[in-house]
Design a protein around this ligand. Structure first.
Ligand code: RET
Length: 250
């Protein structure tokens, strides 16, 4: 019988049977799933504290959702990567970004205590973010190095630059006015976005070098830092402001 689907050999769960890069990448898929689940549990349990006000509660809910959504997606991505013998779970990854990056950006107005009314300013960020992911996906499915690949890559980079510029300008004044612990965590959050988000376009360009294989490994590590690490920075600012000078400018 002629198989309708080309046979693929799944990656082995024994480290020694795959190439070292495949094994390391597979294990970062596993560990990222666990890290996201642990993050979701950690932030989720915080919701049971009695001392969070409404805005703090929403911020912690966002961190819980970001890690929870990623945990489910990572479970799927791990399966795809393993069962297809190392194929990139690109569509799932873009779905994960599409769902979680707007939530990451929405953390800012809430941490600032600007409330839901200020979301108009941040709606602009979210729209740019959705455009960045959408345009990036078109680049992703175009042949590497083709005209479309470059065009949509450049457009997607344009969106990320606009996001960073908007974020830096809108936060400069807020950081200046914020009490000490909050200002510190806002600066750290901003740095996370600046450095943490720059990793992705660099990873995207990797196939140009002729060796795109380490890309998923890079994305996995970056995702854990940008989701769990970012959540922990937010959490640190939140904890230090409970019972002190206040969570935000109020
Ligand atoms: C793409 C395509 C090429 C151009 C650019 C990209 C940017 C992706 C970014 C993703 C951020 C993801 C985060 C996930 C958190 O867990 C789509 C790779 C600019 C910035 C923060």
């Amino acid at each position: 019988m002629i198989p309708l689907i080309a046979e693929t050999t799944a990656l082995s769960l024994q480290f020694i049977n795959n190439s070292p890069l495949e094994s390391v990448t597979l294990y970062t898929f596993f560990t990222a799933t666990i890290a996201m689940g642990a993050g979701a549990a950690f932030f989720g349990l915080m919701l049971f504290r009695g001392d969070l006000d409404a805005e703090q509660y929403t911020v912690v809910t966002l961190s819980t959702l970001i890690c929870g959504i990623a945990c489910v997606n990572y479970q799927q991505m791990t399966g795809v990567y393993q069962q297809t013998g190392g194929e990139f779970p690109t569509a799932l990854r873009y779905i994960d970004w599409l769902l979680t990056t707007p939530l990451l950006l929405l953390t800012f107005p809430l941490v600032l205590g600007l409330g839901w009314e200020s979301l108009k300013v941040f709606a602009q960020l979210v729209l740019l973010d959705i455009a960045m992911i959408g345009l990036g996906f078109v680049a992703e499915i175009s042949p590497v190095g083709s005209q479309n690949w470059w065009l949509f890559f450049a457009l997607s980079c344009g969106c990320v630059v606009l996001i960073l510029v908007t974020l830096f300008f809108s936060l400069a004044e807020a950081i200046h006015d914020a009490p000490e612990p909050l200002a510190k965590s806002l600066m750290a959050m901003r740095l996370f976005i600046l450095i943490g988000w720059a990793i992705y376009p660099i990873g995207f360009l990797l196939p140009l070098s002729g060796n795109g294989a380490p890309r998923e490994l890079i994305y996995n590590v970056a995702d854990v830092i940008n989701k769990v690490g970012f959540g922990l920075v937010v959490h640190a600012g939140l904890i230090s402001s409970i019972g002190s000078s206040g969570w935000a400018r109020r």
